[in-house]
Structure formats: structure tokens, C-alpha cells
Design a protein around this ligand. Structure first.
Ligand code: ADP
Length: 397
């Protein structure tokens, strides 16, 4: 049976999914897995869709295996595992930044890798690791087509005004623009919402992707018209370790008055701010919500306040709101944060059903609420597999 693999490679983890092609040519999830704690104490786990463990392996603390080493291990195991009858025909990758040039998924070749390499400074937490996985597979299985699926692509057609900074025009022309991210997640949400609630999907919706990285997307009839992330995935909402929007004067002050180097400021804004910086305790929402410390409470309150404020900004782009969709780790699981954000939008006529909210139901607004609220689990891996398959089919046609 033919199959497609999706890889979502981050700084310390690689999530992977294997989708088999059924006789009708549809993608069926066969197995998922994760290589975790790369560079610390690596582990790899894989299980079938019904929960049966396929692989479980851990290495001791301090084992320095790279992304490429661990993918090599995974492929060596895959050659002789219970799903080896699945013939992998292509591998799709999440690639965070594609700038304006890559408005759609692309088949990977050496020239593309070079161009994407140049974008690493724009997404230092993700892009180098996305490319590490692409390069590793090119070495391991050079005959296998690889497809790069860009997080920026879904936002490509948003109005020009939503992609402009109030900077001199020449800089916009040189690519200093608001691109937007989490596009694979939003594309999946737009598709699912069209199945779950077609009239709402045809209207004005804010999708809230709240994970370690977090952003909001204003969707009109399923298309992105504005989003909170900009040139990099640092903009907009407060995140696990990222600051989100910041007065640019703060950056200048840190550089010119406080003697920080550019690398230190980058580290501060990407890795030491957000929930971690404000709480001083953890970047993980689950940890913070189980914590008594007032700093943890303040970090969570600020997260929700910032989300409400940014949502307010998108309301102006949308000219109103018909629905909000929560997704990703926090959005799908944290009833408290959802409730806080929805309360900030109560003035719009959004009435949350706290019983539905607490049980992570799909529809969490009350009947008659002027704005509907949904929880829709995202599936970036499926979106990657769908794009990969269609590129491979195009190539074969
Ligand atoms: P990533 O951006 O790394 O894919 P995720 O979408 O997995 O991130 O989201 C991670 C965040 O989701 C963390 O802050 C984590 O605490 C939070 N999270 C995951 N599960 C739960 C849960 N059951 N309750 C509250 N928060 C959760």
C-alpha cells in the first residue's frame, strides 16, 4: 500500500505521521510518532492510529544525537517494522518561512534548499530544523520526492494593506512585510469548519492557534485577510517563550542603553519572554495553571488580555465577528484560558457555555450567542500530507 509521511521538525522534536492511501486514493492515518528531547535525552515513540505501540526507545541524558542521526535511526527501524508494507512515495515537511516567493507547496531541490536557508534568520526557532530534516532525508533516501509546505502560504493573498508596515516603501519592496504564520493549521481549520458549520465558515471568523507558538487569523469565507504574526513568528500574541508585539523602542533601548548584543536580544525575545519571562517559572500553560504563585496567575491573565486585545484589532479588519475557533495545545485543552478570552469578547454578544467549555466539546457557545465559539483540533500533519500528495500527483500527471 502506498503511503505519504509528514514531518514537522522543531528545535528539540520531530513529529511524524504516516498516511496510507486507500483504494479510493484518500489519505488514511496509519501511525504517528515523535522524536523528542533532541540534544538532551532523545527518545522516539511511534504508535498506530488505534494506539498500539510500534516503537519506544530512549537514550540516556546527554546523548548528543542530531536531527539527522535520529531520522537515520527511525528509517533503519522503519525498514523492518510492522507497517513496512507501506511503500513511502513522498515526504512532506512543514517549512515555517517561504516569504512572498513561495505561495504554495513546492517540490524540494537543491536550489530551493539554498533559498530557504537564507530565511533561517527570520525563523531561527524553526527554519534551521525544518531544513535539517529535509537535508537528512535527501541523504537517506535521495530517490524520494520531498515537498516543502509553507506556514506563510495561507496568508499570501491577504490584502496588501495587511502586509504593510508603516515603514518606507523601499523596505516593503525588499521583503520587510507582514507575512503571517501557522498557515497549515489555519488552512486545516478553514476546511474543517466548512464541514462542521458551512454558514459560519462562509462568514467572519477568528481562528486562535494557541500552542507554544500562538497567533490569531482573521478569516473571511475561509481565507486569511489578516493575522497577528508578521515578518517573523515573534509578532502578535504573547507565547510560551516569545514576547509577541513589543514597542520597537524597547529593542533599541536594550541594544543602545543596556549594552545587549543583537544575539542576546534575539535570545531574550524568542526564548526567555512570554509565559516563561512573565511567570519566571515555566513556558508551559499546564504547569502554570497548576501553580499557586501570583506570577503564574499574572502570566495567564496577560496571555488572555493580549489575546482579547489582538482579537479586537482583527475585528476592525473583519468588520465584525460571527465566530471564533480555538485550536492547538492550549486552545484545544485549556478551558480556563478559553473562558478568559471569551469573557473579553462578551461585549460582542459571545456567550460561552461553560459546561461545554469545561468538557472540551466542539461547540462551546450557548444557543443564541451572537458569536459562535468552537474547539477544532488542528492537524497540520494531514494538511502537509494532502499537499504532498497533490504535488506528487501533479508531477506524475
Ligand atoms: P507546539 O506549538 O509546540 O506544537 P502545542 O500545540 O503542543 O505546542 O501546545 C503546547 C501548549 O499547550 C503548552 O503550553 C501546554 O501546556 C499546553 N497544553 C497541552 N495540553 C494541555 C492541557 N491538557 N491543558 C492545558 N494546557 C495544555
Amino acid at each position: 500500500m502506498k503511503a505519504v509521511v509528514s514531518l514537522n521538525s522543531g528545535s528539540s522534536s520531530i513529529k511524524f505521521s504516516l498516511f496510507a492511501l486507500d483504494p479510493q486514493g484518500q489519505l488514511m492515518l496509519s501511525a504517528t510518532g515523535k522524536i523528542d528531547k533532541i540534544g538532551i535525552a532523545p527518545s522516539v515513540r511511534a504508535r498506530t492510529v488505534d494506539g498500539t505501540t510500534l516503537l519506544e526507545r530512549e537514550w540516556p541524558d546527554g546523548t548528543s544525537l542530531s536531527h539527522a542521526d535520529l531520522l537515520t535511526e527511525l528509517f533503519a527501524w522503519a525498514a523492518d517494522h510492522p507497517l513496512k508494507d507501506r511503500e513511502i512515495i513522498a515526504i512532506g515537511h512543514r517549512v515555517v518561512h517561504g516569504r512572498a516567493e513561495f505561495a504554495a507547496p513546492r517540490l524540494v531541490d537543491a536550489a530551493l534548499i539554498g533559498k530557504l536557508e537564507d530565511l533561517c534568520p527570520l525563523a531561527p526557532l524553526h527554519q534551521p530544523h525544518n531544513l535539517a530534516a529535509i537535508r537528512a532525508i535527501a541523504q537517506l533516501r535521495p530517490e524520494l520526492p520531498q515537498v516543502a509546505c509553507f506556514d506563510t502560504a495561507f496568508h499570501h493573498d491577504k490584502p496588501v494593506i495587511a502586509s504593510r508596515f508603516a515603514l518606507p516603501r523601499a523596505l516593503h519592496d525588499r521583503g520587510i512585510r507582514r507575512y503571517g504564520f501557522h498557515g497549515l493549521s489555519y488552512e486545516y481549520i478553514a476546511r474543517r469548519l466548512a464541514e462542521i458549520d458551512p454558514p459560519l465558515a462562509a462568514g467572519r471568523v477568528i481562528a486562535a492557534h494557541l500552542g507554544n507558538g500562538a497567533s490569531l487569523c482573521a478569516m473571511m469565507a475561509g481565507r486569511s485577510i489578516d493575522t497577528t504574526m508578521g515578518f517573523t513568528a515573534l509578532d502578535g500574541l504573547m507565547m510560551g517563550t516569545r514576547s509577541g508585539s513589543l514597542d520597537p523602542g524597547v529593542v533599541l533601548h536594550l541594544l543602545t542603553r543596556m549594552g545587549m548584543s543583537a544575539a542576546e536580544v534575539e535570545d531574550l525575545l524568542y526564548r526567555k519572554s512570554g509565559l516563561l519571562g512573565v511567570s519566571g517559572l515555566s513556558s508551559d500553560m499546564r504547569t502554570l495553571s497548576g501553580c499557586e504563585a501570583p506570577e503564574a496567575e499574572e502570566a495567564m491573565a496577560l496571555f488572555a488580555w493580549r489575546a482579547g486585545r489582538e482579537a479586537g484589532g482583527l475585528l476592525s479588519s473583519l468588520g465584525g465577528l460571527d465566530g471564533i475557533v480555538f485550536t492547538a495545545g492550549i486552545g484545544e485543552n485549556d478551558a480556563g484560558i478559553r473562558s478568559r478570552i471569551c469573557r473579553r469578547l462578551e461585549w460582542l454578544g459571545l456567550r460561552i457555555d461553560e459546561c461545554a467549555n469545561i468538557t472540551n466539546a466542539t461547540l462551546i457557545s450557548l444557543p443564541g450567542s451572537a458569536v459562535k465559539a468552537y474547539i477544532i483540533p488542528t492537524d497540520e500533519e494531514r494538511m502537509i500530507a494532502l499537499h504532498t500528495l497533490s504535488i506528487v500527483r501533479e508531477k506524475a500527471a
